[in-house]
Design a protein around this ligand. Sequence first.
Ligand SMILES: Cc1ncc(COP(=O)(O)O)c(C=O)c1O
Length: 366
Amino acid sequence: MISRLKKLKSDPILGLVAKYKKDIRPNKINLTVGEFINNNETYKFNCIKKIEQTFDISYKYLPITGCLEFIENSRKFVFNETNNLLGYQTLSGTGSLWLANQILKIVGLNEIVISNITWPNHHQIFNVKDTYNQYDINSLFTRIEKGYSEVFLFQTCCHNPTGIDYIEEEWNEIFKRIKRYNHIVILDNAYQGLASGNPSIDNYSIRLCNEMNIPFIVCSSYAKNFGLYNQRLGNLFTNFNVENLDDYVKKIIRTTYSNPPSFGTLVFNKVYLENYNDWSKECKELVDDINIKRNILYNKLSDNNIIWDNLKEGNGLFYLTPLNENQIDGAGGDWHHPDALTPGSSLRDPIPVGPAENHDGEGDNG
Ligand SMILES: Cc1ncc(COP(=O)(O)O)c(C=O)c1O
């Protein structure tokens, strides 16, 4: 007999989006998902528009591990140099994290430690055994020193949903302890380039982990930093030194999606090899634009005696607002755009807001 299924808890973001769609106010703004939107269109990089028509598309299957040229180009993008680490093209960042979890299972590592506030999908992909306080590095140090050979997941930059990243000195201290306690690291690299505007700076934690020979898996997405959202383009690299691992990973890919799609790799390769300066310039412009918006919003709020901590200091598309659920629902005050703000809002346009209150909710973005 086919069994019955219990109703799943509804997704808070999807509920907000549904309300947003119903709202008839003309100036509404949807800040729920981390996408660059300009004039209601998902932002397309000009350098990509320029080359889009020039592809000679083949529909030949890619190898199980993906387009080899793409893996080599993205290796240089992720590490600033080439290396011999195992590398795979993945189904964007989510597919890469999913594959990372499969690898953990193969090598007998079934649980991870993560920050208490994080992208909620981490909890659905991984088996989370413990958390530490995202806003208190000492809480992380204490957690690192609590055991040996555990798996820690970190976001390399543009932390979703807080926007608060570790600076280089903090990464040094974190990885010193991670190494001492023999831990393993997953680096979620979903926004490389969108913190400083320079991908070769935003990858500091990846380079450091690699240099220190800490066992790690880095999971990258090219959804936001190349605007290739629906192409599902990502990669996974690992320095795990485990005999036969590559065969096991290939078997997992072969028995799930067999091999990844191709079009995104054509775009990425062409941008990387022929239009990189254009892309770099545009990436920096987007980051400057986000920072201007952070400042405008901060100043508008402080003009009304509302101080949103870390708003100006944060990186990337997200900011964890101090708004509570009632305020977001519009029940608690005079909201012009009650449906526009989530606890982890993406920052695209400055918006009129009401009084702030403390809360510790998590956003579900991305
Ligand atoms: C922290 C983080 N990791 C991974 C992802 C996965 O993104 P995608 O699967 O669209 O590449 C996201 C998306 O928002 C994210 O915020």
